[in-house]
Design a protein around this ligand. Structure first.
Ligand SMILES: [Zn+2]
Ligand SMILES: [Zn+2]
Length: 296
């Protein structure tokens, strides 16, 4: 009598594991920031295809106030005084050598996946005026009111469990260093801090851009809204070697939800960029000083 061939549970498990590994933790071969790579070495006076996109990038993150022409203008791809000054401000913000030239270090940092919150908001964010980069506040210092010691948070219904679990750990970091405490026992609609995964255009005028590029963004207090780009290669780094570490990015975005801006300190959680396979789950001294200054 012939036996019905059975798939061993172990084989099935291995298959599931492998297919999951393909789905998460891979580095995308191109990103919305790939256009920056061929610009390496460009400097003032050069005319290089793609410089217009770099101007848009620098405007997007607050380094150029006004770009009064479009991509077909004769000056679109010209490395102007304005562009040199913007590159220099970017380099100063991140403690790179402020040459105004698109050198390797500058291009490498610009290409990393990053948060969508601008580094300089309304031209008034003061990290640009510091000699030594450190933490910043959102302009106007918006924060949660003094009588609000407990903030509730929730992910939208149906969010994968990896996000929910790592978010709990991320909040423990911030509650450990402030008078604030955080409560996950609420439903999404009534939560003070709402987390949601979205792809592309999602109704707030800040469309996500697919794998790489912008990975998440948050709104200042007391909006309490945080969005993650669902098309990123999200991973729990440690379980998987590559991908963008969920807990590190949640920790960063909580900083914005509480009122912190970006820091130029590379080890700070509030540094805007993160590499694939990199983790930054513990608050740096710079983050702690920032949050304590905001919530004494
Ligand atoms: Zn950010
Ligand atoms: Zn959004």
């Amino acid at each position: 009598m012939a036996m019905v061939p059975k798939v061993s549970p172990l084989v099935l498990y291995a298959f599931l594991f492998l297919s999951l590994k393909v789905a998460i933790g891979e580095i995308p071969s191109s990103s919305p920031f790939s256009f920056i790579k061929p610009l390496q070495g460009s400097k003032k006076g050069d005319e290089v295809k793609g410089l217009y996109n770099l101007k848009k990038y620098l405007k997007r993150f607050g380094y150029i106030d006004d770009l009064p022409y479009n991509s077909t203008s004769p000056e679109a791809n010209y490395f102007s005084d304005q562009l040199e000054s913007a590159v220099r401000t970017y380099q100063t913000n991140f403690n790179l050598s402020p040459t105004g030239v698109l050198d390797f270090d500058t291009v490498s940092l610009m290409m990393k996946p990053r948060c969508g919150v601008p580094d300089i908001i309304n031209g008034t964010n003061w990290i640009r005026r510091r000699l030594v980069p450190h933490y910043s506040f959102i302009p106007g210092n918006p924060k949660w009111p003094d009588d609000k010691d407990v903030l509730s948070y929730a992910w939208a219904y149906g969010t994968p469990y990896e996000f929910v679990r790592t978010t709990k750990m991320a909040f423990q970091q911030w509650s450990g260093w402030t008078r604030l405490s955080f409560n996950d026992g609420t439903d999404y609609r009534s939560a003070d801090l709402k987390f949601h995964l979205f792809a592309g255009e999602h109704g707030d005028g800040q469309a996500f851009d697919g794998p790489g590029g912008i990975i998440a963004h948050s709104f200042e207090p007391t909006e309490g809204i945080c969005h993650f780009d669902s098309e990123e290669e999200w991973a729990e780094v440690g379980v998987y070697p590559y991908g963008v570490d969920i807990q590190s990015v949640v920790t960063h975005e909580i900083g914005h939800l509480l009122g912190l801006g970006h820091s130029g300190v590379p080890t700070a959680v509030m540094f805007p960029a993160i590499g694939y396979g990199e983790t930054k789950r513990l608050l740096d001294n710079d983050d702690i000083q920032g949050i304590r200054a905001l919530y004494p």
